[in-house]
Design a protein around this ligand. Sequence first.
Ligand code: 2M8
Length: 423
Amino acid sequence: MTTLRMEEAAHAVLARNDRGGYTVPTDRLYPFQWNWDSAFVAMGFATFDVDRAFRELERLIEGQWDDGMIPHIVFHAPSDTYFPGPDVWGTKHHVPTSGITQPPVFGMALRHVYEAAVASGLADAETRAKVLFQAALRSHRWWLAARDPEDLGLVSILHPWESGSDNSPAWDEALARAPTTTSTAIRRKDTSHVNAAMRPRDEDYQRFIHLVDVYRDCGWNPKQQWARAPFKVADVQMTAILARATADLMHLAGILGSENDRAELAQMQGRLVNGLARRWRPHLSRFVSLDLISGADIEAPTQAGFIPLVALALDDAQRSAITAEIRRWLDGMTVGIPSAPAFSPAFEPKRYWRGPVWAVINWLIADGLRLNGAEELARHIEQSTVRTIENVGFCEYFDPTTGEGLGGDTFSWTAAAYLVLGR
Ligand code: 2M8
């Protein structure tokens, strides 16, 4: 297909997954609105329809909680093709939602969409962006209060689903402490849509649902959850995305907020950048998350170790070490960056977040490399992502060893990544 035909095909994927101002990740497998998927999708829409891009973000914050949290799933309309649905979460929000969150790409998306709207002359851009700016600011306040109560300069996940990298090898040790017993009956639907060999294992689901049971029993109260959490990881991927989104909001504060908002964001950003900078490990040439229950570094190699590129200005030694490490992970692969490298004992090239390549991860890492002056490697990653999508379609993820498309097809965030990275 020509590039133009592929762009039309990407628009068609987004149109097909549109459920009325919000976009499902893909039909049946994920029939609701997901938090970070929608942020990426909004940036994809911004390449051709800024009004619809705003709508995506506006619909997401319909699910925002009073305390500021933006949930990881908003259940706008019922569907029985996904587990766990709203009954399992039991959050009692007026729009049904899950009770956990996901990476706050929202602030990055807001800047991207707002700038595209201004460039295209959208009449109500500022009014709409102001509402979204306040929602983003409230959610960042929630992050620091609820998920960094000990002032580490790092925000924590209490559930692997929050990371977006559900069954990443990074969580293996920490998740093994969560029991496999559940009070909720587990009725997986994912394995009826997608080959079970490409999905998390049953044991992972048992632990995932055990955690949901614990937090539901806390009445979704952040303080109680923090005190009782059997899984608590200060995650460098999450912190980096939050720090970057905070910088993007600071940039917008001059137009969309007040001087106080800007000062508050600057203070948050300083705290996060300092916390993140302390997670660099020279002997690994990447950043590492911290298991707050054991107190140990999480050294298992995963893509998360490179995500701080989006938020930090690395020094020369760090920059050459991290780029060499990324090149090592790409070595021998048909397409990179693998979510776990081929040299890792945990590497499974077809199993979800244990090896496959994800277009949105490449998007973030390429963006961070460019910010850090590694233009050539950034370009290489973007182009190989675009070529892979052209070869096999808008798949959920890709086998790094073969370039094969895996998981769900006609996937929204892959279409959005194509539109943004292909420009
Ligand atoms: C995957 O996660 C959901 C749970 O949130 C699932 O497997 O049921 C992850 O890839 C996550 O990052 C993504 O946001 C979601 C929807 O695409 O699917």
